[in-house]
Ligand binder design. Structure first.
Ligand code: N01
Length: 544
């Protein structure tokens, strides 16, 4: 029986991932009454849902963890350089127990609607269990990649075998041993899952529409020396990450790929390839802004792929072409390309001849039917906006968020959207979010929101709302910065390109985690420039 939801709170938080968990902790510390509503049966967000084989984080575990508690970061021990999904989920549960978060959380309950009442300046939030809660603040900690994109192939329901989506993997696990398995998609999730599935399945067929650039992770067991090295300098390292470009310490080279000789460029790329992981993209400072520089890095990785895959036609299909490296989310793998050297693995190119239908036996392309016992949809997410616009959120004058964002998301700083007072988003569109170490960006947003609410409470103000002009300027700025880079040239989910009919808008803010933090801090220090703070006060929020 889920914990009952109180009928009235100061702050209602939607989602019990890393954002919702820390938000609850901060606001409780400030004396607010708060409650978290979560669709899953437990905490962890992304790491609760994405349980597919091989799931792991591509940010180093020493950097992918909360930094707000020195005791927590010193106590917790990671077993690998890159933590696996089960270990990150254990960490999330450890934090929830340690901070006693679950007593203010209701699980197995999905928020379906949130309506702003102009007279009381309060939100009425509804759930799929019929609960209604009144809240002064509504905080969407709903994640950027939380609405799975289920493919709508004709005949999808006629397939007699099992289908799975990587983002909704069964909690009890799936035994694919000895089965004929099809995987549709070759994004980050598939690239992690395929090498593991290939070891279990009798036959694995991968349907690839767009090949991806992927860098070997070089994952390894954590050593005591490496862990201690980090833990002895955590405060300094965390401070550096907060003002870095992506919230990850990548030891970036601050010079152009064009400023060095051919030999030196190759030497640097080899060095990055050998050390592994996304730090590859920090080999030069212009890989995502200068086509010529990017061409070198793209070609370097293409040659690596061609060198790893034995069958020349499979190798040629796997080598990405037509978009610059890094402009679709760079992938990180363990033996992904080598997996295609196995006798039981086959690659099918669906870029020109797409999957037409699912049949009762499998997948049909033209006259060919591929027969399977199980099909894995690694087809991604309706990223950044999909979860928010699926909730019936209504602000001033009954305007819905889905309607307001019809031509693309409009936010001020990715934190609020005009016309929706006291509705905050953690890592919303228009903030660095998915272009950064998510935990660094989550902590920054939670701290900013908590400080903002403390500001309102201490001044007995009713509400805060983004100004339309400030929002327009921010949307324009987000767009301008994006179009100074190579990112918009790729058909990526950053651009909404993976969802038919979704507006093509570059959704995250690419101006850099450090710059963005400075902007948010300055705006707060100036008394929340670009926001309207409602006065006179009705009542002190914390005293409700
Ligand atoms: O999803 P994706 P994902 N027929 O959208 C293909 C994060 N993440 O779940 O590129 C055939 O990247 C689609 O093809 P195309 C990370 O931010 C992080 O893998 O549209 N194929 C694509 O290949 C990541 O970027 C980690 O042409 C179809 C694939 O499905 C994000 O999550 C691990 C198709 C979808 O790839 C999403 O990754 C995992 C069709 N009809 C995920 N429809 C780490 O931290 C779609 N596709 C390591």
């Amino acid at each position: 029986m889920p914990t009952p939801i109180p009928s009235s709170v100061d702050a209602l938080i939607v989602g019990a991932g890393f954002g919702g968990m820390y938000m609850l902790h901060r606001l409780r510390q400030q004396g607010l009454t708060c409650h978290v509503v979560e669709a899953g049966t437990g905490v962890g967000g992304t790491w609760y849902w994405n349980r597919y084989p091989g799931a792991r984080c591509d940010v180093e575990s020493m950097q992918y963890s909360y930094s707000f508690s020195p005791e927590l970061e010193q106590d917790w021990q990671w077993s690998e350089l890159f933590a696996s999904q089960p270990e990150i989920l254990r960490y999330a549960n450890h934090v929830a127990v340690r901070l006693d978060l679950k007593r203010d959380m209701t699980f197995e309950t999905r928020v379906t609607a949130a309506t702003f009442d102009e007279a009381s300046h309060r939100w009425t939030v509804r759930t799929d269990t019929g609960a209604t809660v009144s809240a002064r603040f509504c905080i969407m900690a709903t994640g950027c990649l939380s609405t799975a994109r289920q493919p709508d192939f004709p005949g999808v329901d006629s397939f007699k075998g099992q289908t799975y989506h990587t983002g909704h993997w069964p909690h009890e696990g799936v035994d694919l041993t000895g089965l004929r398995v099809g995987v549709i998609g070759t994004g980050s999730s598939a690239i992690q899952a395929i090498p593991v599935i290939a070891q279990q399945a009798a036959q694995l067929t991968v349907f690839q529409r767009t090949p991806n650039f992927s860098i070997p992770s070089r994952n390894a067991p954590m050593t005591a020396a490496y862990e201690q090295k980090w833990k002895s300098v955590y405060p300094e390292q965390r401070a550096k990450a907060r003002i870095s470009r992506n919230g990850v310490l990548t030891n970036p080279n601050d010079f152009s790929a064009l400023s060095v000789s051919d030999e030196e460029r190759t030497r640097i790329l080899e060095e990055r390839w050998a050390s592994g992981g996304t730090v590859f993209m920090a080999a030069f400072n212009d890989l995502v802004t200068n086509q010529a520089s990017n061409d070198f890095a793209s070609e370097f990785v293409r040659q690596k792929i061609l060198g790893m895959v034995k069958d020349p036609s499979t190798a040629a299909l796997l080598a990405p072409k037509g978009y610059p490296i890094g402009t679709k989310r760079i992938c990180v793998d363990t033996d992904y390309f080598l997996t295609y050297n196995r006798d039981n693995v086959k690659l099918v190119d669906v870029s020109k001849a797409p999957i037409e239908a699912l049949t009762e036996n499998g997948v049909r392309i033209g006259d060919t039917e591929y027969e399977f016992d199980a099909i894995v949809f690694a087809t991604g997410f309706d990223a950044m906006t999909g979860t928010l616009t699926r909730i019936d959120i209504r602000g001033r004058d009954g305007e819905t968020l889905a309607n307001k964002w019809e031509a693309g998301p409009r936010t001020y700083l990715g934190l609020m959207t005009a016309g929706f007072p006291n509705l905050f988003m953690i890592t919303g569109p228009g903030s660095p979010s998915v272009l950064s170490n998510m935990i660094v960006s989550i902590e920054q947003h939670v701290d900013w929101i908590a400080d903002c609410i403390a500001h309102l409470v201490s001044r007995q103000l009713d509400s805060i709302e983004a100004d339309r002009d400030a929002e327009n300027n921010w949307v324009q700025h987000v767009n301008e910065v994006a179009f100074k880079t190579l990112y918009p040239s790729a058909n990526s989910w950053y651009m909404g390109a993976n969802i038919p009919g979704k507006p093509r808008v570059f959704m995250p803010y690419i101006g850099g985690v450090g710059n963005y933090r400075q902007t948010c801090d300055r705006i707060a220090a100036e008394g929340y420039t670009g926001f309207q703070l409602a006065a006179p006060a009705r009542e002190a929020v914390a005293a409700e």
